[in-house]
Design a protein around this ligand. Structure first.
Ligand code: ADP
Ligand code: MG
Length: 278
């Protein structure tokens, strides 16, 4: 019964926030917010607000308006926009074009051509809501996973949960992390992509270029809140090893593991093994 409730909650959020559903709240915003402010429910409004906060924190590496270009991809159909389409849509990747009005709870786009998509943050929200459903039902130990985003509730019968980070180019795990009561998200270039002439086109867009972000193969973020680990794993993927780990170094509650294009593994300071004692 409790599991059904968790899945029903995930469906409910999907119906609000999926750009694949014409009747969703977010689809209505994408259709109308360039013409007039559109009233948003408290939940969607606050998740968009949090997404914009992460944009400020990451100086635009995380940007839900990526979809101004992103909408032109269809990974299943192996379709991607041509250079002219990317060039024309790229100026509309700019989170500052999304205007929130707290007093009326409305969202407005400053220009026609802007589109938002919560694909980089909404799964984390689903996971947090799922854990809340478990808690409300008196459950004290469990895992809620939505693809690359998980939240651990408590421990596993007195021991940590062991969570694998996938080897981005292999079959198995690159490592296992022992975790208790934390959220963990991984963004990679290996789940949703297609290849053309040896180039891998995947689903994480670098806002500056409008093209899939290059540089790393996966970025994992660990911390107390799955909404934030979800958004930050996408951000660190876009920012790359140096800038990404610098960002995480400034966030005391969050840690990160990044696997670069040569398969090398980098850790944020809080995870790195201590220097050998002299
Ligand atoms: P996954 O979906 O595999 O868990 P992510 O959490 O990294 O991986 O989310 C990737 C999704 O984030 C993309 O499918 C897209 O919807 C969205 N996205 C892509 N680029 C960006 C970006 N620069 N900023 C915010 N969201 C993005
Ligand atoms: Mg993410």
């Amino acid at each position: 019964r409790v599991l059904d409730e968790v899945f029903a909650e995930a469906d409910r959020i999907d119906r609000l926030m999926s750009t694949y559903k014409d009747e969703s709240e977010i689809s209505k915003i994408n259709r109308d917010a360039a013409s007039a402010p559109v009233a948003a429910g408290a939940e969607l409004f606050s998740l968009v607000q949090r997404a914009l906060d992460v944009s400020v924190l990451t100086r635009g590496a995380f940007d839900i308006t990526f979809d101004s270009v992103g909408q032109h991809y269809d990974f299943r159909a192996r379709q991607r926009p041509d250079a002219a389409t990317v060039e024309a849509a790229r100026p509309f990747i700019n989170y500052e074009l999304v205007e929130l009005d707290d007093s009326s709870s409305t969202i407005r786009f400053a220009e026609d051509g802007v589109r938002i998509n919560l694909g980089g943050i909404a799964k984390g929200y689903v996971v947090e809501r799922g854990v809340e459903v478990l808690r409300q039902n008196g459950i004290r130990q469990g895992v809620v996973t939505a693809g690359g985003d998980s939240r651990l509730l408590g421990d596993r019968r007195g021991r940590p949960w062991l969570i694998a980070i996938r080897d981005p180019r292999g079959e198995g795990a690159a490592m296992h992390l022992p975790l208790i009561d934390e959220a963990i998200s991984t963004s990679g270039d290996y789940e949703r992509y297609f290849e053309e002439d040896g180039v891998r086109y995947h689903h994480i867009i670098e806002p500056g270029s409008g093209e899939p972000a290059g540089g790393v193969h996966s970025a994992t973020v660990i911390g107390p809140d799955a909404v934030i680990t979800d958004a930050l794993s996408t951000s660190v993927f876009v920012m790359g090893v140096d800038a990404g780990l610098r960002l995480i170094g400034n966030l005391p509650d969050y840690e990160s593991v990044v696997i670069d294009a040569d398969g090398r593994i980098f850790y944020s300071d809080g995870l790195a093994p201590p220097a050998p004692e002299k």
